[in-house]
Design a protein around this ligand. Structure first.
Ligand code: NAP
Length: 282
């Protein structure tokens, strides 16, 4: 068997087109949407990601301010900047980029992002509301997982989904969103015993670990659907997923590629959330 590739590119293009149209309408009505990305790191892959957001925002007609506080920024300075941007009526979406300097924790600082501008669902209030089934912006990556599955018409109701990873930005919110789709969800992590036994019992496996090629064919049931969220840098400057695509593609029924799967949809959703946040204030 060779797994069907579940591309995110077409879905991302459709979201970007809708978003650009909404951004143009908002701008014409006097509310040009704007995203602020707060950075406090010299990490090169983070810089690459921020540049890609800025490029995509420009193409969609969305303003994008990169607020670089430097890699030694104190937590108090980051919190103060987030509060300032939260109070700025010209800014509609705020992202706090990771990694953060030592001593600064995303979960603590993101509480300073106004809930209605929290377009990447980093404020614990957003995660709590998501868990309670209340309206909130979901972290874009977690939402992208569900949107890619929906786009490719993968049935989720009643199916067993194993999510590998329990971070607040991907694994946990993805689990909540999949529960909302009536899936039966098992969340795995570094202390899970016999990971392969758990994941190979699932109809759908979502890998959000951050370890290149951690999941191999032994982790996947024949014909299962596999979503690879991992974006691990390779020595040649490329990206590789958390799934060993070569072996898993021989066993799975469908597999998201890296790059070109969840990633492009994530960026598109961040911009869509920004436009929605701007529409809420116009
Ligand atoms: P993270 O905060 O480091 O969390 C990793 C999770 O994986 C943790 O819950 C950890 O368990 C678990 N884990 C680590 N080793 C494991 C093992 N051997 N077996 C089972 N579970 C294990 O990472 P993250 O921020 O969620 O990101 C996950 C991946 O998604 C990364 O590759 C990241 O680059 C990628 N990502 C992609 C996008 C995108 O747009 N495509 C966006 C964001 C992130 P413990 O909790 O027990 O430590």
């Amino acid at each position: 068997m060779t797994a069907t590739p579940l591309s995110g590119k077409e879905l991302a293009a459709a979201i970007r087109a809708d978003t650009a149209a909404e951004a143009a309408a908002l701008t014409a009505a006097g509310t040009p949407p704007k995203l602020a990305v707060v950075v406090a790191t010299a990490d090169e892959s983070s810089a690459w990601y921020v540049r890609s957001i800025a490029r995509a925002a420009a193409k969609a007609g969305i303003g994008c301010d990169i607020v670089d506080l430097g890699e030694h920024a104190a937590p108090g300075a980051i919190r103060a900047k987030l509060a300032e941007l939260s109070a700025d009526a010209g800014v509609h979406g705020i992202i706090l980029q990771t990694p953060l300097p030592d001593g600064a924790a995303l979960e603590e600082l993101a509480g300073a992002i106004a809930f209605e501008k929290d377009v990447d669902g980093a404020n614990p209030l957003s995660l709590g509301r998501l868990a309670a089934g209340l309206p909130a912006f979901a972290p874009a990556t977690a939402e992208a997982v569900v949107r890619v599955l929906d786009h490719h018409r993968v049935e989720l109701t009643g199916r067993h989904i194993a999510v590998v990873g329990r971070s607040n930005v991907v694994g946990k919110p993805a689990a909540h969103l999949l529960l909302d789709q009536n899936a039966t969800v098992t969340v795995c992590h570094s202390r899970t015993k016999d990971l392969a036994a758990v994941t190979s019992a699932a109809d759908v496996v979502v890998a959000a670990v951050g370890r290149a090629n951690l999941l191999g064919a032994e982790h996947v049931r024949a014909g299962a659907v596999v979503v690879d969220v991992g974006t691990n840098p390779t020595e040649d400057g490329g990206l590789t997923g958390d799934v060993d695509a070569a072996s898993v593609a021989e066993r799975a029924g469908a597999l998201t590629p890296v790059p070109g799967g969840v990633g492009p949809v994530t960026t598109a959703l961040l911009l869509q959330h920004t436009v929605r946040a701007a529409a809420g204030t116009s």
